[in-house]
Design a protein around this ligand. Structure first.
Ligand code: K2U
Ligand code: ZN
Length: 178
């Protein structure tokens, strides 16, 4: 298994639309295993393939306290969402250090395929419902900061680009001393 690089906002690749999975083979299983390892290492409770620059409809989620209940959603779709909304302070592994309120349906029913290609449905509320919707946004090329005001979004973009430049400079200094 291997740790994958997580794209950081505002990388344009985060806005690509993921394609349907049509082949359920060992390569797909390897991708899921690598995504799960990357998610647990981050640590996060979810990860979409888009975030690791793989543009296929694959999501891994584990919202369990014990961190040992991995859920894999392939070609997921939301087939029902409650009228009732819930505001949740979201974060994102692609937008490190930023948390802000996003309102979404409180409960959803999602239909997907498992890693063998077998269909299943799950009804979710709480953190699982938020995470499923957050990850499915990633597969559509949408990052949660797009729900925030343009002012907030631009401040976040400026902050993360500045951090990216400082990170690149410190890496140059390290390689120059070698
Ligand atoms: O997509 C991601 O970057 C993974 C998110 C999933 C998530 C976002 C918002 C709300 C719930 C889940 C990361 O797990 S963000 C880090 C985190 C960790 C624990 C609980 C909530 C968020
Ligand atoms: Zn995210």
């Amino acid at each position: 298994m291997s740790l994958l690089n997580i794209l950081r906002y505002p990388d344009p690749r985060l806005h690509k639309t993921a394609q349907l999975v049509t082949v359920f083979d060992a390569r797909l299983k390897q991708l899921v295993a690598d995504m799960a390892e990357t998610m647990y290492d981050a640590p996060g409770v979810g990860l979409a393939a888009t975030q690791v620059d793989v543009h296929r409809q694959v999501i891994v989620i584990d919202v369990s306290e014990t961190r040992d209940e991995l859920r894999v959603f392939i070609n997921p779709e939301i087939v029902w969402a409650s009228e009732e909304k819930r505001l949740y302070d979201e974060g994102c592994l692609s937008v490190p250090g930023i948390y802000d309120g996003v309102e979404r349906p409180a409960r959803v029913r999602a239909r997907a395929l498992d890693v063998e290609g077998k269909p299943f449905e799950v009804e979710a509320d709480g953190l699982l419902a938020v995470c499923i919707q957050h990850e499915m946004d990633h597969l559509k090329g949408k990052v949660f900061v797009e729900y925030l005001s343009p002012l907030k979004r631009n401040r976040i973009k400026t902050k993360l680009l500045k951090e990216e430049r400082e990170l690149a400079r410190s890496r140059e200094k390290v390689s120059a001393t070698r």
